[in-house]
Design a protein around this ligand. Structure first.
Ligand SMILES: *[C@@H]1O[C@H](CO)[C@@H](O)[C@H](O)[C@H]1NC(C)=O
Length: 322
């Protein structure tokens, strides 16, 4: 993953966060800080036993293993750090040296996913844990509440600290995930193959940029038996088939609130190509568990002149598809 593509994600998050009011409390966050710290990391990675450490900011994005220490210089009431790993990784988070006053209203909460503009990724309908189990609250259980492992390549922490000089250290460690399901792309361009091996599960690949998506391969319904194969031919339409791929577009991160751009339910090669001029574009695989489903796709950022002109008018729900 190159730097050039990571930096825009942080800028994007900061602009989203400022829309949701987070950065009112964070005058000192600049997008360029993220760029410099990532730059620093790539250089330091060369020495193998180097443990990356840096201060954690009140609004931050972390894309690397390391130790990130927060020290409140003044009351910091609405802080959040977005953590992202590679698609085939999950994230282990651990809190150390926690010095906060829960009884005074301080808190540190870890969330299994991302929350942006009040919407959650992965959507509650696609996550295997019920919503309350996706939050780990340090204050309600100082022992077990100090660590958490994400179910996908994104996680976040929220924290509020009233008293200056209070703080904590967050350790981030990325772990390999052999069966990635829900994924947030770090980059506005790339390619990916999602495979669902006989699992009754729905998985989304989310790209929080306006992009053109090109499906290069779609393998649905490799039946366990001929009987299942026959059944498939009788069904008509995607929703009846139980196994299909949908492209979604929308301006939030909750896939259940996005609108369907296209449904695909027949195996083919080199098929759909679509420009989705939304803040978020998603490839979602719906799997019945009867088959091995597989979808490959490529995506690239839409150029400025490919974006719908009206998008600048801040019509919140506007989003175009070609
Ligand atoms: C997957 O999505 C389909 C259609 O959106 C839904 O009918 C089905 O119940 C979902 N499966 C699971 C395991 O959530």
């Amino acid at each position: 993953m190159s730097l050039a593509v990571r930096a825009p994600l942080l800028v994007f998050l900061i602009s989203l966060s400022s829309r949701m009011g987070l950065s009112r409390y964070v005058e000192d966050v600049e997008a360029t800080d993220g760029l410099y710290s990532l730059l620093g990391l790539d250089q330091k990675r060369d020495s193998e036993d180097y443990i990356f450490r840096r201060p954690l900011r009140c609004l931050d994005m972390l894309a690397t293993d390391g130790y990130f220490s927060f020290a409140a210089s003044r009351p910091q009431l609405a802080c959040a750090a977005f953590i992202i790993a590679e698609p085939s990784e999950v994230i282990s988070l651990e809190l150390f040296d926690v010095n906060i006053d829960c009884s005074a209203g301080d808190f540190i909460k870890i969330f299994d996913g991302w929350v942006l503009k009040g919407e959650k990724f992965p959507s509650s309908r696609d996550h295997q844990l019920p919503m309350h189990q996706r939050y780990t609250d340090y204050c309600s259980s100082p022992g077990s509440g100090a660590s958490s492992r994400s179910s996908q390549n994104v996680a976040m922490i929220f924290f509020r600290i009233h008293s200056p000089d209070s703080g904590f250290t967050l350790a981030v460690k990325k772990l390999h995930n052999p069966f990635p399901c829900n994924i947030m792309s770090q980059s506005p361009e790339g390619s990916f193959t999602m495979v669902m091996p006989h699992q009754r599960r729905n998985c989304s690949f989310s790209i929080i940029y306006p992009v053109e998506i090109r499906l290069t391969e779609l393998g649905l319904g490799q039946a366990k038996s001929n009987e299942l194969m026959l059944q498939r031919q009788v069904w008509s339409g995607c929703s009846g088939s139980g196994d299909f791929v949908e492209l979604l577009g929308g301006n939030g991160v909750d896939t259940s609130k996005m609108f369907p751009v296209a449904d695909l339910c027949f195996s083919t090669n080199g098929l759909a190509q679509m420009k989705i001029g939304c803040d978020n574009s998603v490839v979602r695989v719906v799997s019945s568990g009867n088959y091995i489903n597989r979808v490959s796709f490529q995506y690239r950022l839409l150029e400025h002149n490919e974006l719908p002109k009206t998008q600048e008018n801040s019509l919140d729900n506007f989003c175009s598809v070609e």
